[in-house]
Design a binder for this molecule. Structure first.
Ligand SMILES: Nc1ncnc2c1ncn2[C@@H]1O[C@H](COP(=O)(O)OP(=O)(O)OP(=O)(O)O)[C@@H](O)[C@H]1O
Ligand SMILES: [Mg+2]
Length: 505
């Protein structure tokens, strides 16, 4: 292997093939990344991106093919991949919530003497890794108390602490706001300038054009394109991802026709939430904007009783009857739906089939099918899976076997059949590809048109503007402003969200 001068290769994957139960997830893919290169991997949900990255990082074994780092063969097994200098930041957060920031950063690699962890050293290494990426967070804080964005940065610090030669990031910006994303992209450019080879997965095409020098496009496990970024336009990338010309699906603006107040939250106070009141009417979509960490998820969780609130009162009114929501169980029983930010821990039973996951919240509704239950239920679950464009559309498969974006579609599908009176969606299209995103937007609007009161949290500004009839912007646990559809723009939301303070992760 002629590893000289500008042909130097940091990591090379050759002819990788990976099947799951006979289905090809990665079909003969080869790629090389040079030191200092940022190489993006793009493709629709289920295209094989995460699988390819997990093979390259030695986490799972390929059926055939090989991976080398600076010419040395990488055996599969996490340990040998770390030794070879590869670090992977997973698509799903993999930190241990009960442990501290410092412990998480060095998880599995604690410095020890005679079996005792050397805490001072542990903290020094963790602090250095955080300093390297320029993020300040208390080393002794428990990860469960951090915002999702900060967890993401801790996750990256954990990869960087191992001083890898090759860094792989699987959709690291899915939970970040524009400013935080910007910060992360600058950081990756700095790491690349230092000689690190970076593989980068994202559904956000503008980011891909901003930082990468090469792009690999996967479709149904096959490599359909591998080219320098300068040879491509964003439209070409999208077209070859989907394998056809994606017609510009202009999303239809709906004319909202709000009815009675369905959900009324008064003086809600909870950790990170400071005395917030809001109403959501039948047929209305209320958006919550703000930076990650502003308290939006905490607010919606306090409203539906998923987290305890220190004070405040929440009522749900339907058909003239008002109930007070005190716990999450009572909320669900009274017709509240919730798509949480953390799908893997809160939204989905990974070892259950898609079909069973969809049935869970629909039990009451399905029991009316009586004897014919089994077949009807399957048809019902299948129709919902089809509505969200689940791929492959095999609802008897375990949810955990689906790609990240497809898991998100299942979480949304769960609630579509139930027609909740009040629906909360926290980052509903996180990790979902361009086509499926439009589809989910359509379904959310349809829900509202059918009379559901909808509350949406989204850090994706175009999405927030697209969906919301009215937007409350939060900062530091309070609502700092409310924008009508006409007043709302990316700028007006961001300036309320950021206030005077500088926006940095
Ligand atoms: N453990 C598994 N068992 C069975 N099938 C799997 C497993 N993991 C992945 N697959 C399948 O392999 C294919 C590729 O999935 P992968 O997770 O690599 O997609 P992806 O490109 O990362 O998608 P996304 O953008 O949604 O994250 C999918 O069809 C998926 O269902
Ligand atoms: Mg993936």
């Amino acid at each position: 292997m002629g590893a000289t001068g500008n042909t130097e290769v940091a990591i090379e994957a050759s002819h990788i093939i990976k099947t799951f139960g006979g289905a090809l997830a990665v079909d003969d893919v080869s790629l090389r990344i040079a030191p200092g290169e940022i190489h993006s991997i793009v493709g629709e949900n289920g295209a094989g991106k995460s699988t390819l990255m997990r093979v390259m990082a030695g986490i799972i074994e390929a059926d055939s093919g090989s991976v080398t780092v600076y010419g040395e063969q990488v055996a599969s097994g996490t340990k040998s991949a770390i030794d070879a200098g590869i670090a992977l930041v997973h698509q799903e957060l993999s930190l241990v919530p009960e442990m501290t920031v410092a412990e998480n950063i060095l998880l599995g690699a604690f410095p020890t003497t005679f079996g005792f962890t050397k805490y001072k050293e542990l903290k020094e290494i963790a602090a250095a890794a955080l300093a390297e990426i320029g993020v300040s967070v208390d080393l002794d804080e428990r990860v469960s108390r951090l915002s999702v964005a900060l967890r993401q940065f801790v996750e990256i610090a954990r990869a960087v602490a191992r001083q890898p030669k090759v860094l792989i990031l699987d959709e690291p910006t899915a939970t970040l706001t524009p400013a935080e994303t910007d910060y992360l992209l600058r950081m990756l450019q700095r790491l690349a300038e230092g000689g690190m080879a970076i593989a980068y997965i994202s559904h956000r095409i503008p980011e891909v054009f901003e930082i990468s020098s090469h792009v690999t496009i996967l479709r149904d496990g096959k490599q359909v394109l591998n080219a320098p970024i300068v040879d491509l336009t964003p439209q070409e990338v999208i077209d070859s991802m989907v394998g056809r010309e994606l017609k510009k699906d202009l999303e239809s603006h709906r004319v909202a026709n709000p009815g009675e107040v369905v959900l009324s939250a008064r003086d809600i106070t909870a950790p990170r939430v400071n005395n917030v009141s809001l109403d959501v009417r039948a047929g209305e979509i209320v958006g919550l904007g703000g930076l990650v960490g502003a308290g939006r998820s905490e607010l919606v969780r306090a409203i539906i009783g998923a987290d305890t609130r220190t004070s405040g009162r929440v009522t749900l009114t339907r058909n003239g009857q008002t109930v007070t929501l005190s716990s999450y169980t009572s909320a669900v029983r009274n017709g509240v739906g919730y798509v949480p930010e953390e799908r893997r821990t809160d939204g989905l039973a990974l070892i259950m089939s898609v079909s069973d996951n969809i049935r869970l919240p629909n039990r009451q509704q399905l029991s009316r099918f009586g004897f014919k239950a089994s077949r009807m239920i399957t048809e019902f679950a299948q129709s919902l899976a089809d509505k969200v464009g689940l791929r492959p559309p095999e609802i008897q498969r375990e949810a955990g076997q689906y790609s990240g974006g497809n898991q998100q579609k299942v979480v949304v599908a769960k609630w579509l059949g139930r027609k909740p009176d009040f629906m909360v969606l926290d980052e509903p299209t996180r990790g979902v590809d361009v086509g499926a995103k439009t589809e989910i937007h359509r379904l959310v609007k349809e829900m509202a048109d059918n009379g559901t009161a909808v509350l949406v949290v989204s850090s994706d500004l175009p999405e927030l503007l697209e969906l919301s009839d009215v937007i409350h912007v939060m900062r530091d646990g309070r609502i700092t402003g409310t924008l009508t559809r006409d007043e709302a723009s990316e700028q007006s939301v961001m300036s309320l969200a950021a206030g005077e303070a500088e926006v940095v992760a």
